[in-house]
Design a protein around this ligand. Structure first.
Ligand SMILES: [Fe+2]
Ligand SMILES: [Fe+2]
Length: 189
């Protein structure tokens, strides 16, 4: 169980860092007048906060604690600011992270939670894993648009408040967690 509790702690720190990083990436894109990427990074930031809360609930339930995420993680603001580059580089950075999370990190953590028979952690990791895959695809679309040097359209993004999935339209039900459309929130910068 120790390993699973550590995995939840590591995931909470990772999501808290990603949440703030994408907030800064969104501001940077806005400064470059790239509204599509600014909206996407803002939506991703909100999605990571959903993952953070889900992991935190799982940790508290399993460990019998009532911790806040500030008890678990401390963000190095300077490290964060150093990561902000051009929006093109920021998109590449984010795609690397999201891809690693769904292909490796959360894949392993889902297995670990399964082995420990901890359903709440299994669900939290599974939602994060599937949502990170969707995030990587959306980042890919933004990168393609930049490479095609098409004028950037302003696209709205919507986030599922239950699983952190991000879409460019509200589905009738969430393709990841199957919650109804009312769980989707439009994200505005
Ligand atoms: Fe993500
Ligand atoms: Fe969902």
């Amino acid at each position: 169980m120790k390993e699973l509790i550590e995995a939840l702690g590591e995931s909470i720190s990772g999501e808290a860092f990603a949440k703030q990083k994408y907030e800064l990436f969104s501001e940077k894109a806005l400064g470059e007048e790239d509204l599509m990427c600014a909206n996407l990074f803002k939506a991703l930031s909100f999605a990571e906060s959903i993952h953070l809360n889900n992991h935190l609930n799982a940790l508290n339930k399993i460990a019998g604690t009532s911790k806040n995420f500030e008890d678990i993680t401390k963000i190095d603001e300077d490290e964060l600011k150093d990561l902000v580059k051009s929006t093109l580089v920021n998109l590449l950075n984010a795609r690397v992270n999201e891809t690693f999370e769904f292909k490796k990190k959360y894949k392993n953590f889902v297995k670990l939670a399964k082995k420990e028979d901890q359903e709440v952690a299994m669900l939290s990791f599974t939602y994060a894993r599937m949502a990170e895959k969707a995030h990587a695809e959306l980042l890919n679309n933004c990168l393609k648009a930049i490479h095609a040097t098409k004028p950037m359209e302003e696209i709205d993004f919507f986030v599922c408040k239950n699983c952190g999935n991000v879409m460019d339209a509200i589905p009738s039900k969430c393709p990841i967690c199957e919650k109804p459309s009312k769980y989707y929130e439009k994200i505005t910068i």
